[in-house]
Design a protein. Structure first.
Length: 451
């Protein structure tokens, strides 16, 4: 039976300790395998990376690596006294089992996605995040459970190839749990959507920060926002720090943090969302749909990019980010090239030109140093949906001043003229606020005439 909840599942899992040593392995079809990201992932999960082993060749269906390289991997693991092998590839059940047979006893084998899920599990502090992590884990496990069942049936051998005992009910347990998690996340999503609409009706523009991990989103949030006024998870975390976390660590932000930003004549709520990462399968992205809803349903998305990376890497990440965001989002996207303090003007100009097709009018900033952040504020104001101009004439009653006060709180009031019997208010606001103001004004009854 599938255990319910993240806490129940982690009781069965040994946490990474400070002494866990890992060998990072990667196979590429062509070219030199790049292990920078998987090494960063490993350290983020708490592993000490002992060494790296790579190979360029087509995938071996039995071992991922070629047989000779797999045997070399076993020798390297023994030499480095490593506890774990972390593959920057997706391993099938057969490959995981076969590699385990070659490696010294007790050495665990994890692929890229189990490592990512391990990090997600460590970062999940809210109910929403915990549910999304569990959903991703179950989606990862489901095809493997189906494979075990299929193989066991075909071979009529319950423990075929060491893939575990054949239990047909396991598949159904996983599917049932996935269904229940989806239902709960849908309810959470509806609640959050209602909250977003309430904020819009209160005159706030909704801005989302999106981008890859370590692009500097959390640091930029701290620059743009004034104080921690609002948090998506405030009901669960009363002791949240007054500044968004900003660490050189992947997946620091797994949930969402929302803060108020003063944009002069506009008031906005800016939400820092979960960071993207390279080569994520669709099922994993879909598992975090609830968190990404803050970006999907925003009035404006700031797509933050680390400008110190290569043009090829930035281009690939921009394409993927746009694919994810445009799937359900119609809001304008402003590309923010961050970390300009780490590149010279010549390199910055070259990269802007090379990326002009994907980011024709980017804003360049250093969130860390605060450089050109005011220019970004101006760009945000210009890119937000325009406000609607309105003039309201209201009778002078006991309740009129409360409406005027409400307009000052929720709109940009340009002029208030007091007459003998009425009040004229000229203001600009979001359409929802204008509609509310008309309703409030219509409900004001003129004072009764004296006999």
């Amino acid at each position: 039976m599938v255990k319910e909840g993240l806490l129940a599942r982690t009781e069965e899992t040994t946490r990474v300790s400070a002494t866990d040593r890992a060998v990072v392995a990667k196979r590429a079809d062509a070219g030199e395998p790049d292990t920078e990201e998987i090494e960063h992932l490993a350290r983020s999960a708490g592993y000490e990376v002992a060494t790296v082993l790579t190979q360029t060749r087509p995938e071996d269906s039995a071992l991922e690596f070629g047989e000779g390289k797999a045997e070399e991997l076993a020798r390297v693991v023994e030499r480095e006294d490593a506890d774990t092998v972390l593959f920057d590839n997706e391993l099938g059940p057969y490959q995981t089992y076969n590699l385990g047979q070659l490696l010294p006893e007790g050495v665990e084998v994890h692929d890229r996605f189990t490592l990512i899920l391990e990090i997600f599990g460590q970062r999940a502090e809210t109910r929403t995040a915990q549910l999304q992590v569990e959903l991703a884990e179950l989606r990862y496990e489901l095809p493997r459970a189906e494979a075990k069942t299929s193989l066991a049936k075909r071979e009529e051998h319950p423990g075929f190839m060491g893939l575990g005992e054949y239990d047909e009910s396991r598949e159904q347990d996983i599917k049932s749990r996935i269904s229940r998690i989806r239902d709960e996340l849908d309810q959470i999503e509806q609640t959050e959507q209602h909250r977003r609409e309430q904020r819009r009706e209160s005159g706030f523009d909704l801005v989302a920060l999106a981008g890859y991990t370590n692009a500097g989103k959390s640091t930029l949030l701290r620059r743009l926002a004034t104080e921690l006024d609002v948090d998506e998870n405030e009901a669960l975390h009363d002791d949240l720090d007054a500044t968004a976390k900003s660490e050189d660590q992947l997946f620091t932000t797994l949930g969402t943090t929302t803060r108020r930003a003063d944009l002069g004549d506009r008031e906005a709520l800016i939400t820092d969302t979960v960071g993207f990462i390279s080569n994520l399968p669709h099922w994993l992205v879909e598992s975090f749909k609830s968190t990404l809803d803050a970006a999907y349903r925003a009035d404006l998305v700031l797509l933050v990019v680390d400008v110190t990376e290569s043009v090829e890497s930035i281009r690939e990440k921009l394409v993927t980010s746009h694919d994810v965001l445009h799937e359900r989002n119609e809001a304008p996207i402003v590309t923010v090239l961050n970390k300009i303090d780490d590149v010279d003007e010549e390199e910055l100009a070259r990269k802007r030109e090379a990326l002009s097709a994907l980011a024709p009018h980017p804003v360049v900033v250093s969130a860390k140093e605060g450089q050109r952040v005011e220019a970004l504020r101006e760009r945000i104001r210009a890119a937000l949906p325009p406000l609607e101009e309105e003039r309201l004439v209201m009778p002078m009653t006991d309740d009129t001043m409360s409406v005027v006060s409400w307009l000052h709180d929720n709109a940009r009031v340009e002029d208030v003229t007091y007459g003998d019997d009425d009040v004229l208010v000229e203001f600009a606001a979001r359409p929802a606020v204008v509609e509310q103001s008309r309703s409030k004004a219509a409900g004001l009854s003129p004072p009764a005439e004296s006999a």
